[in-house]
Design a protein around this ligand. Structure first.
Ligand SMILES: C[S@@+](CC[C@H](N)C(=O)[O-])C[C@H]1O[C@@H](n2cnc3c(N)ncnc32)[C@H](O)[C@@H]1O
Length: 632
């Protein structure tokens, strides 16, 4: 087992004193690094300086404040306000979002110097009012929220600066350590010595991994004479297993996805927990209002990034994020940022019929429901009945009234029902994209898994394609996603579907971020269109490892069974559920006893439909046993 412990890089944002202290240290560190030409990093020194806060207890007059600020500004390094304004804009700019007007606008107001809202001591003493519905006061309201978010922003900038300084130091370290033709591989004696102690020295392993990666990336110049590439790779893989705790089998599979240095970044990123993120439920609130409410409860947050209008990243909270009144009221759901992506790619429209084939516990179903503004109909299916409990609970809490929950093996679609406008297949997978969440994946996955899981995924994807109406007026799309980074579960599955179903083509996912899917891998060629699919890695976007592919069905196929009557089936399912009061505006009074009763009634109705009298006396168990014995 590996000796490395996963660490969570998220900490509480600093107090002002901590911040000032860290800044002084950082400035000194930066200055030291600038003095060393080999590791000069212009980006860190070009970073805008942050304005300091006063420490005096006594309130200052306006004049005193202006005087003090001028003095402080003189003493500070020159600030590139344009860069500062654009950095802030890129973090918070959501000007595209017309509908919800859901934004954290921290652009400077007229007459203000951009950047002055950083560490304004006035903001510390002001009370934070709730957002008002009054349009005129919105600008002030935004300022208040921005003030509250400044800490979060400063923490983020801090983290970035720390990272840059660390990277610069690492570069120097590596440059110092790796000399051309240096001996990097350990001798037999050294290895025997390492083995004797039982636990390996992590520093030795780490340094050696860095050195081997350097050699592999410039083999001609840096390799020792007489040593092969395979020898270096073999040692590196063993060190990865010892250091991070992977089975040799999985370490090798993951290593082969990347260049040696990128592989190291990937393994490192798997040791760090991803940020805690929440998705605003736009069926109940707007992100801006939710952020304000949470900030008032002592939650430190900021938007995830410009690519999502509904996500918030939580840095730190004085209250449990899964138990706030806003959470209980269904205003948000705790959801990994990567899970937003397939829903955004599917882009369901209002009034469409959508199938979510593997939907429990419902993070994506509830997002689809919100995107459809609770119109149309979503069939939320999952083969695992136990998991549909949390699916139903989430659907209720978030107030999604356009969903019907079912639990079929999704390979039975479209026989169950077909003719959907869009289908999401968020497939069961190996979980190699979420190792930071579930360390057991490092050692539990075997070769068999990467045969059996893709086999199921291929069957499910064909069912998904066959369940879509090629003639849908508004849709005709299928999105396939996994939280795996393995080619066998991603490109290979999609390529298989393209070959088996020539009536679909790959289309752009419409996602702003992501790396292009592989068009070939280790000698295997896929359709060139595979580059339209998207890959996500923890080390590139700080999200879980993920994969998203989007298909458009361009023609029906003989496999599209039972398309006819799909609308009628849906109407019947709806009527059943409405009759049983499952679909209604307020799910708050959902309780198990009532649910049991409804299920009993549903069973009775179903028996009646089959021509069986549900009230007919059941044979007693002893009579049934006797009948059985008689038959024998
Ligand atoms: C990745 S999870 C789905 C997560 C879900 N989409 C969400 O966002 O909350 C995969 C799901 O597939 C379900 N599953 C596995 N095999 C299935 C099958 N043959 N048919 C339908 N669902 C299946 C599992 O029970 C599991 O809930």
């Amino acid at each position: 087992m590996g000796q490395r412990r996963a660490k969570n890089k998220q900490g509480a944002p600093p107090t002002y004193e901590e911040f000032a202290d860290r800044k002084t240290k950082k400035d000194q560190k930066r200055k030291r690094s600038e003095d060393k030409p080999s590791m000069a990093s212009s980006s860190s020194s070009d970073k805008p300086a942050k304005k300091s806060k006063k420490s005096s207890e006594k309130p200052e007059t306006e004049k005193e404040i202006i005087k003090r600020q001028r003095e402080e500004e003189k003493a500070l390094p020159k600030v590139d306000y344009e860069e500062l304004a654009s950095a802030k804009k890129s973090l918070f700019d959501e000007s595209d979002e017309e509908e919800l007007n859901d934004e954290f606008d921290i652009d400077a107001q007229d007459g203000e110097t951009p950047g002055e809202d950083f560490y304004d001591s006035e903001e510390e003493t002001r009370e934070r009012p709730m957002f008002s519905d009054d349009e005129d006061s919105e600008v002030e309201d935004l300022d208040e929220l921005n003030a509250a978010n400044m800490e979060a922003l400063s923490a983020k900038l801090d983290e970035e600066a720390d990272l840059e300084a660390q990277e610069a130091e690492d570069e120097l370290l590596q440059a110092d350590q790796v000399q051309p033709r240096a001996r990097v591989l350990p001798t037999e004696e050294e290895l025997a010595l390492e083995g004797q102690t039982g636990t390996k020295d992590l520093n030795v392993l780490r340094t050696r991994m860095i050195e081997i990666v350097k050699v592999l990336e410039d083999f001609k110049t840096l390799s020792e004479e007489g040593r092969s590439r395979a020898e270096y790779t073999d040692r590196l893989l063993q060190d990865i297993c010892d250091y991070f705790g992977y089975s040799r089998f999985l370490a090798e599979k993951l290593f082969n996805l990347f260049s040696p240095s990128e592989a190291m970044e990937f393994f490192e990123a798997n040791e760090i927990a991803r940020p805690i993120t929440i998705r605003t439920n736009t069926l109940k609130t707007r992100r801006r209002d939710l952020a304000q409410a949470l900030v008032n409860r002592g939650v430190n947050l900021q938007p995830i990034g410009p690519w999502t209008k509904v996500g918030l990243q939580i840095f730190d909270s004085q209250v449990p994020i899964g138990a706030t009144p806003e959470y209980l009221a269904g205003q948000y759901i705790l959801q990994a940022a990567s899970s937003f992506l397939p829903c955004m790619a599917l882009a369901p429209q209002e009034n469409e019929r959508v199938l979510d084939m593997a939907s429990a516990p419902g993070g994506k179903t509830t997002y689809l429901s919100a995107l459809m503004k609770n119109t149309g109909c979503i069939f939320a299916n999952d083969a695992n009945k136990a998991r549909t409990k949390s699916l139903i609970a989430n659907i209720h809490r978030l107030g999604c009234t356009n969903t019907i929950v079912c639990h079929y093996d999704a390979r039975e679609f479209p026989k169950v029902i077909g003719g959907f406008d869009r289908v999401l297949l968020d497939a069961p997978c190996s979980g190699t994209g979420v190792i930071a969440k579930d360390e057991s994946v490092k050692t539990s996955r075997t070769e068999k898994d990467f045969i059996q899981i893709p086999h199921l995924q291929k069957q499910l994807l064909l069912s998904a394609i066959d369940s879509v109406d090629a003639n849908s007026a508004t849709g005709g799309y299928i999105v396939y996603s996994t939280c795996s980074v393995m080619v066998e579960e991603n490109e290979a599955v999609v390529d298989y579907a393209l070959r088996k179903r020539p009536n679909v083509k790959l289309v752009d996912t419409g996602l702003e971020i992501g790396k292009d899917g592989f068009t070939s891998f280790r000698g295997k060629n896929f359709s060139p269109k595979l580059s339209l699919t998207k890959r996500y890695y923890p080390h590139t976007y700080n999200v879980d490892g993920f994969y998203v592919a989007k298909f458009k069905k361009i023609a029906p196929s003989p496999h599209d069974v039972s398309k006819a009557g799909a609308k009628e089936k849906e109407a019947a399912a709806r009527a059943d559920e409405e009759a049983e009061s499952i679909i209604h505006g307020d799910f708050a009074e959902f309780d198990n006893a009532e649910d049991e009763e409804l299920m009993e009634r549903s069973k009775a109705r179903s028996l009646k439909r089959k021509g069986i009298n549900p009230n007919a006396p059941k044979p007693s168990s002893s009579a049934a046993a006797a009948a059985k014995t008689e038959k024998k």
